[in-house]
Design a protein around this ligand. Structure first.
Ligand code: G3I
Length: 314
């Protein structure tokens, strides 16, 4: 049973994985990633971010992203573009710049026009992580200069550049109900009311073993009820190391829980794991002493988590 085929049989558009350009020099990795029965979609983990694509103003380079798109094309896989506007991984001319509202509007419009027209295939995370944990706006350069209107500027520019890309807002800790999820739902509601193009909400789903939010399914439904599609965009489920059989077993249960919640809701269109192997997971670099978050281990051996995904899709 391969995951993308199971996802399609369950009525989903795809099951996919993030990847990153440095990993593409690992032949064992590329062989597994290129199995389109397993992965029907890929997301570049870094190479479409602002600091990769527009390192100096107005000078666009798509080499890294295009490599991922070419691989996806060769394999018959969809691509999710990630991302246009985010507080992190910005070049210093953006994050440290002093701008008038007119100047930054122009900068956001240019960036969000050029990116989708060049590299999208299925969807774009147009705005990534706009909220703080308490549901207030993150005070990055975009919010500080433009207020919440930067989201509208970005979405309109992306839609004009490419009318067929699905335009997403994407964030973490909005998977279960709470202040941050409510803030995102209120944003979607107000964008819809204003006629701003918004097609989907991405729930990143960077979870901890044993801590999948119990309100996940009802909260996905609450997003869908606003008239947008939902995708699980960056799923992984980390643990405090060392991994044990008990932790792997709980992780299997947790993957099953997350996948099942998406499976039963037709408005939840697909699931992307934030890379498939622990060999290339972002987790140990960010959370010291934690890891083993992916369904394949560092030696590309499937863990019990894999069977949890299969169970969730079946
Ligand atoms: O490119 C430099 C390289 O030149 C340098 O030698 C090396 C040494 O540290 O760092 C390289 O940059 C790293 C970059 O990944 C590319 O590999 C950064 O240090 C590292 O912080 C960065 O991590 C990425 C992280 O986003 C940054 O926030 C992860 O790979 C990426 O998986 C992760 O993805 C994010 C999503 O975009 C948004 N949601 C959360 C998710 C996980 O953090």
């Amino acid at each position: 049973a391969k995951l993308h085929l199971l996802a399609q049989a369950a009525g989903k558009l795809y099951f996919g994985s993030a990847t990153d350009n440095p990993e593409l020099s690992d032949p064992t990795y590329v062989n597994l990633l290129s199995d389109s029965a397993m992965f029907g979609q890929i997301t570049p983990g870094n190479s479409m971010k602002w600091d990769s694509t527009e390192r100096s103003q107005g000078s666009f380079t798509f080499a890294g992203g295009d490599t991922v798109v070419a691989l996806a094309h060769a394999n018959g896989q969809l691509v999710r573009g990630h991302n246009c506007v985010w507080h992190n991984q910005l070049p210093s001319w953006v994050s440290g710049g002093t701008f008038t509202a007119a100047q930054l509007t122009n900068i956001v419009q240019t960036h969000c026009s050029v990116c989708p027209s060049n590299v999208f295939r299925y969807a774009w995370d147009v705005v990534n992580e706009p909220f703080n944990e308490d549901g207030t706006w993150r005070t990055d350069v975009f919010y500080n200069v433009l207020g919440a209107g930067y989201v509208t500027i970005a979405l309109n520019a992306a839609r004009s550049a490419d009318p067929t890309a699905k335009l997403y807002l994407n964030d973490y800790n909005i998977e279960g109900s709470g202040a941050k999820a409510t803030a995102m739902q209120n944003l979607v509601r107000s964008l819809k009311a204003a006629g701003t193009p918004i097609d989907g909400v991405g729930l990143q789903a960077h979870f901890i073993v044993g801590s999948v939010p119990p309100t996940l399914q009802t909260n996905i439904q609450a997003f869908i009820a606003l008239g947008v599609e939902v995708a699980i965009t960056e799923l992984d489920i980390r643990m405090t190391l060392p991994a044990t059989a008990a932790l792997y077993n709980q992780q299997k249960t947790d993957y099953n829980t997350v996948i099942s919640a998406c499976k039963v809701l037709s408005g939840c269109i697909g699931v992307t794991i934030w890379d498939f192997t622990d060999k290339y997971s972002w987790v140990p670099n960010t959370f010291s002493g934690q890891g083993a978050a992916c369904p394949w281990d560092v030696n590309f051996v499937k863990k019990p988590a894999y069977d949890g995904i299969v169970a969730g899709l079946s």
